[in-house]
Structure formats: C-alpha cells, structure tokens
Design a protein around this ligand. Sequence first.
Ligand code: SAH
Length: 215
Amino acid sequence: MNMNRKSERRGLIKKLKSEGYLSNERVIEAMLKVPREEFITEYQKSYAYADRPLPIGEGQTISAPHMVAIMTEHLDVEEDHKVLEIGAGSGYQAAILAEIANKGKIYTVERIPELAKKAEENLNRIGYKNIEIIISDGSKGYKKEAPYDRIIVTAGAPRIPESLLKQLKDPGKLLIPVGGKMFQELKLVEKKKGEFSTKNLGGCVFVPLIGDEGW
Ligand code: SAH
C-alpha cells in the first residue's frame, strides 16, 4: 500500500511538471517527500493523488496539488527562512514549507481549533519539529514572531491586510488570494528597500479568510 501511494505521488509530480506547474528542484523534492494521504480523512485517501481540492472537515478544504505547487514556487522559500502561513487547514502546505525551510521555522495560524488539532496530529505523526501551529485570527498575522521572510495566505481575502504588510521583512514576499468570496486573484507582494510592488499571478478559488482584516 505504501509503495502504491509512493508511485501515485511520483506520478502526480510528473504530471504537474509536464503541465508546467513545477520546475524548482527544492519544491519538487518537497512534494515528492510529503505524504498527502496523511493529511486527509480515511474516506478520501484514494483521491490523495488526484489533482483536486478535498474536504478536510468544518467546511474547509486542502488545496489542489497544482495550487500548492504554484504557491510554493512563487513564495521562493530559502533553507533558513522564517515563514508565516495563514490557514493551517490540514497542515499539508506547512509540511511542504518545512521541508524547504529545514533550517528555519514555519508558524501556521488556524482559526478553527478542531482543524488546528488535527493538523498538529498529522504533523506530529510524520515528525515535523520546525512547525508551530497557532489558534488565532490570522488576518491580523502573528505579531509575536514578526517579522517574517515569507508570508503565505491560503484563504481568500477581500483586500491585503495591513498587518501582514507590517509583519513582512525587508526584503520579503507575501502571497495572498484577493477578491470575492467565490473567486480570487493570486497576488504576489514584494517588499524591497521600503517599497511594495504587486504582481497578479492569475485566478484561484479559496475558502474565505474570516476575521478582523478579512471577511
Ligand atoms: N493550507 C491548508 C488549506 C487551507 S484551507 C492545507 O494545506 O490544508 C483555509 C483555512 O484557512 C481553513 O482551515 C480556514 O479555517 C482557515 N482560515 C480562514 N480564515 C482564517 C483566519 N482569519 N485565520 C486563520 N485561519 C483562517
């Protein structure tokens, strides 16, 4: 069974590469390493390596692998980075980031305690030591450990939260889906020498970012 999952995982990564979603070696290696089946319910396990989002409970979803690939490639994480993720969900994206920033640290914020607990169980089962899960409203970021080299928001926001811009290092990068509740545009914000610049990376569909600086 393990062997099957492993070859399914290899197959998915090969497909994502051929479709042009994956090219960075560190991202490829991370996606080859992290067992996506460990982050979804028993009932969904046979779909672990289909390229689609899956329900994880509480009305939330784990993103489709191609979206994780796109976001992780653009986030451009380095080995020693301190990364903030908003929307821990299942913990899968945090695991991918932890593989890349293996000498740094990942802080991941989740507003739904039941999901945070499950994410923690998933990450502990696999054995990640450089990830901290925080139960809180991440639309305001996580001031305690700021500033961050990278910030990734995996829920859709009505606008870019001011707090996240403030908690970004200089230089630093922030990835965030911005738009309506049903459909957003993925934005990459770069901070350099005190200036911010924003690039649109295309359309995406995320569950809403709910909170003080969200919906
Ligand atoms: N990155 C996750 C998927 C995220 S789904 C994974 O790899 O599985 C989006 C998550 O954002 C949901 O779990 C939702 O509860 C959470 N969320 C929404 N608004 C939030 C907020 N203000 N602060 C923290 N988490 C939030």
